[in-house]
Design a protein around this ligand. Structure first.
Ligand code: ADP
Length: 394
């Protein structure tokens, strides 16, 4: 079944046309700087890449280019559904759903939980509906996979009233990726997912780990917002909750200013003062830059602690999975992380670890508990989930 996968950010629209059974992707692309007069859309056809300017810089205009591309491929009438990545579904959705007016209202109600993302997702849904009025539209939530977490994992030790009135709890993110790589890891290990205890580490610009038991998430490192947990590209991850108050008093910073800095000026960028890009940091560290070295060390140190925590939650560990731009490509980060996790019984295979950088993934340990690299494919996961909903769901 041909499915159009749409992922809208606050000024971007990522799309892909996928065969949900085979993963074949004859068309994909990325519209950027929407909302400005510099907007353009990059279209990746099978053997060719073109960039088309978008003078109005709007979502409908970007969808217009997409329609023209589908016509050129002769595939417009074969598309059966549109699958949307939606960042926050609160505690209302634990599976993907067909988008109805009621679903739109719930996504709207979740805007306070994801003030940048959910409005963009809604704009994308509206524009897709106008462009494809006859197709079913499906919402696939980044939070849904983690809805299986038990209260012991998702509650914060704060006044209960904050939870009941304001939904202050842990939700978790990157669910589409964690679910995809957990399934793929089981397949590669030749094991039935229902009997597996996995820790999955999604390490991109945003980073999170999850404890996946029998194919279900039972804990994850991100919480109410995607700021909690690991050190990330520009996000701090865990800090003392007393930090905002301290900085407000001592540095005269405003609460929004502190929050913005925790999101955009912290993490690898904040520590190194150089860049949020792991590849550049590794290079700078090799050349002797001490701040870059410390940034990478802290990233790895905190990651290893979080993985060990997730292993404790699972009780036993069958495998550790690395994914995301860093997890898939940085042999250095993987080796340094496993070196800190001797307690869990990993034995790194250096040759396999170096090999895994070339894009095929695979097991990077020899003996002991396996660690493996799995390339994530959120678009394929969204296409599969969309096909599942269109076929009638659960
Ligand atoms: P996003 O979360 O935005 O989708 P990615 O999953 O693409 O991001 O991850 C981006 C991160 O992956 C960056 O820190 C980048 O430096 C890192 N990365 C990509 N290739 C390499 C590499 N060869 N070595 C180390 N890090 C890499």
């Amino acid at each position: 079944m041909w499915t159009l996968v749409v992922n809208c950010g606050s000024s971007s629209l990522k799309f892909a046309l996928l065969n949900s059974a085979t993963g074949e992707t004859p068309l994909s692309g990325l519209a950027e700087r929407l909302g400005s007069d510099l907007a353009s859309v990059r279209v990746d056809r099978e053997n060719e890449r073109v960039t088309v300017p978008l003078p109005r810089g709007s979502y409908p205009e970007a969808f217009g280019v997409l329609l023209a591309e589908l016509d050129a491929l002769g595939l417009r009438r074969d598309v059966r559904a549109v699958g949307h990545r939606v960042v926050h579904g609160g505690d209302r959705f634990n599976t993907p759903v067909l988008i109805t007016p009621e679903v739109v209202e719930v996504i709207r109600a979740c805007i306070p939980l994801a003030p940048l993302h959910n409005p963009a997702n809604l704009a994308g849904i509206e524009a897709a509906r106008a462009a494809f009025p006859d197709l079913p539209q499906v919402a696939v939530f980044d939070t849904a996979f983690h809805q299986s977490m038990p209260p012991v994992a998702y509650r914060y030790a704060v006044p209960t009233d904050w939870y009941t009135h304001y939904g202050v709890r842990r939700y978790g993110f990157h669910g589409i990726s964690h679910e995809y790589v957990a399934g793929e890891a089981a397949r590669r290990l030749g094991r039935d997912p229902s009997g597996l205890n996995l820790v999955t580490a999604h390490l991109g610009n945003g980073c999170s780990v999850a404890a996946v038991q029998g194919g279900r998430s039972i804990d994850t490192s991100m919480g109410l917002t995607p700021l909690e947990g690991l050190v990330m590209g520009t996000r701090s991850g865990d800090v003392d909750p007393g930090l905002p108050d301290y900085l407000a008093r001592e540095a005269g910073l405003s609460l929004p200013g502190i929050t913005a800095a925790l999101y955009r000026e912290s993490g690898l960028l904040g520590l190194s003062g150089l860049t949020n890009d792991m590849r550049e940091l590794e290079e700078a560290a090799r050349q002797g830059n001490e701040n870059a070295r410390l940034a990478v060390d802290i990233f790895v140190y905190r990651l290893a602690k979080a993985i060990a925590g997730m292993a404790t939650v699972l009780g036993t560990l069958d495998a550790l999975v690395f994914t995301g731009g860093i997890g898939e490509n940085s042999a250095t980060v993987r080796a340094a992380t496993l070196a800190r996790l001797g307690l869990l019984g990993f034995r790194l295979d250096e040759a396999a670890n170096a090999q895994a950088v070339r894009g095929q993934g695979g097991v990077i340990t020899s003996g002991g508990v396996p660690a493996l690299v799995v390339n994530t494919n959120e678009e394929l996961m969204i296409a599969r989930e969309t096909a599942w909903v269109v076929a009638g769901g659960a």
